[in-house]
Design a binder for this molecule. Structure first.
Ligand code: GUN
Ligand code: ZN
Length: 428
């Protein structure tokens, strides 16, 4: 059904600046849940004049957030106090992920996981599943039922974990291929080849991952890289002939414009240059990095003009401590300040919307308020809490409003979330 979403309309451009700001604007949604028109409410075209209007007043109507790295089977294990990444994985994470071999558990968890994304204003994600094929099936099915743009894959991991979450190179490749054929391109679903990281995949599994990435047309690849000092030291022991951590993936054909690497905190100059040359992306996961004590990733190092690395931003739940992309931006701001760089709020909002859409190869369908894209929208209330309201009285510019929202806001600021035009959380 056609509808009109009215409010203070705001969208961002590929240059990470504000591309559109309409104080009394409207997004007109067509019968297929796509954006048909965007402009001043007063100029609403004739064909939408009799459509129902969700009037959000002065609230901000933005493209929905895109979480570029999150773990579905960790949906409830936030705030698990590990000593560092490897301790956290072995003590809490692998035992929790072991439950996702059970179909009923995975299906119930998938519904909860998506509702949690929507209550935080996130409308698309690149997610890890567990090692179990059933886990990815459950998440794809849940995403399909709400016409959400979701990218996920079965995690491949054949060593250095408990048996309940290990596969073999052969079963990992066979299940990945079957999932790709069953789900990739079905509705808005996309497949990502998902070797967990170099510690939990043998050379044989990494090699097969590279072959899958090359052969499965349109698939992405997601993994982790250079997150914690203990992890990097172990990778060096496991792959003594590799030049560095990046080279482990590079040798297996895993770098390229469709490859998305979480963290990248401790990359060297050589590694950053290789990322830049191949167009591989690094996804910053700041609440996870501070929580696990992994380190402070630097935008200015990775963006060096001579060899810029494409960047994204993500929660990394459950290593990350919040589903909120607002809280994630706040933590990114603090981490970059500690690295001597002061991001603009609009830049972080742009990274969380159009920037991540570009990283995920989804910018043709989501990430900004442009006719033809799906109407994936979050409505934010800059006065949602007493603290936000008091601070709002001091705001003198759009940048200031966005800044206060990201530093002080969370799911309480999410007034409504629309996925492909359907309201999936909150309302007017
Ligand atoms: N490296 C390998 N697996 C994981 C994971 O589940 N979370 C994080 N933060 N890092 C990882
Ligand atoms: Zn992760």
């Amino acid at each position: 059904m056609k509808k009109v979403i009215r409010g203070q309309v705001l969208s961002f451009g590929e240059d990470l600046g504000v591309a559109l700001h309409l104080e009394s604007g409207a997004v007109a949604v067509d019968g297929q849940g796509r954006i048909g028109w965007v402009g001043a409410f007063a100029k609403l075209p004739e064909e939408w004049r009799s459509a129902p209007v969700d009037d959000h007043g002065d609230r901000l109507v933005l493209p929905g957030f895109i979480d570029a790295h999150i773990h579905f089977p960790q949906y409830r294990m936030l705030a698990a106090p590990g000593k560092d990444l490897l301790d956290w994985l072995h003590r809490f994470t692998f035992p929790e992920e072991a439950r996702y071999g059970e179909v009923d558990h995975a299906a119930a968890a998938a519904r909860l996981f998506l509702s949690r994304l929507f209550s935080h204003g996130t409308t698309s994600a690149l997610a890890f599943c567990s090692v179990h094929k059933t886990c990815a099936e459950a998440l794809f099915a849940a995403a399909s039922s709400v016409n959400m743009g979701l990218v996920t894959g079965k995690t491949m991991m054949d060593r250095n974990a408990i048996p309940a979450v290990q596969d073999t190179p052969e079963t990992g490749a066979r299940d990945s291929e079957a999932l790709y054929h069953a789900w990739h391109g079905k509705g808005r679903n996309r497949y990502a080849v998902t070797p967990r990281f170099a510690i939990t995949s043998s050379e044989a599994q990494l090699k097969l991952s590279g072959e899958l990435l090359a052969s499965l047309s349109g698939a992405l690849m997601q993994t982790h890289i250079s997150e914690s000092p203990g992890e990097i030291a172990f990778v060096r022991e496991l792959f003594p002939s590799a030049k560095d951590y990046t080279d482990v993936y590079d040798r297996h054909g895993l770098l390229g414009p469709r490859s998305i690497f979480a963290h990248g905190i401790h990359l060297s100059e050589r590694e950053a240059a290789r990322f830049s040359e191949t167009g591989s992306s690094v996804i910053h996961c700041p609440t996870s990095n501070t929580f696990l004590g992994s380190g402070l990733m630097s935008f200015s190092f990775l963006r060096a003009r001579s060899r810029p690395v494409p960047l994204g931003i993500a929660t990394d739940v459950g290593g990350g401590t919040s589903y909120s992309m607002l809280q994630t931006m706040a933590e990114a701001y603090k981490v970059q300040m500690l690295n001597g760089y002061k991001p603009q709020a609009s830049e972080l909002f742009a990274m969380s919307t159009i920037g991540n859409a570009l990283r995920l190869h989804m910018a043709g369908e989501t990430g900004s308020l442009v006719p033809g894209k799906h109407a994936d929208i979050v409505v934010l209330d800059p006065q949602a809490t007493p603290l936000l309201k008091a601070r709002h009285d001091l705001s003198q510019s759009l940048e200031d409003v966005l800044f206060a929202l990201m530093i002080l806001g969370d799911d309480r600021a999410v007034a409504a979330t629309y996925v492909a035009g359907a309201c999936r959380h909150g309302g007017v």
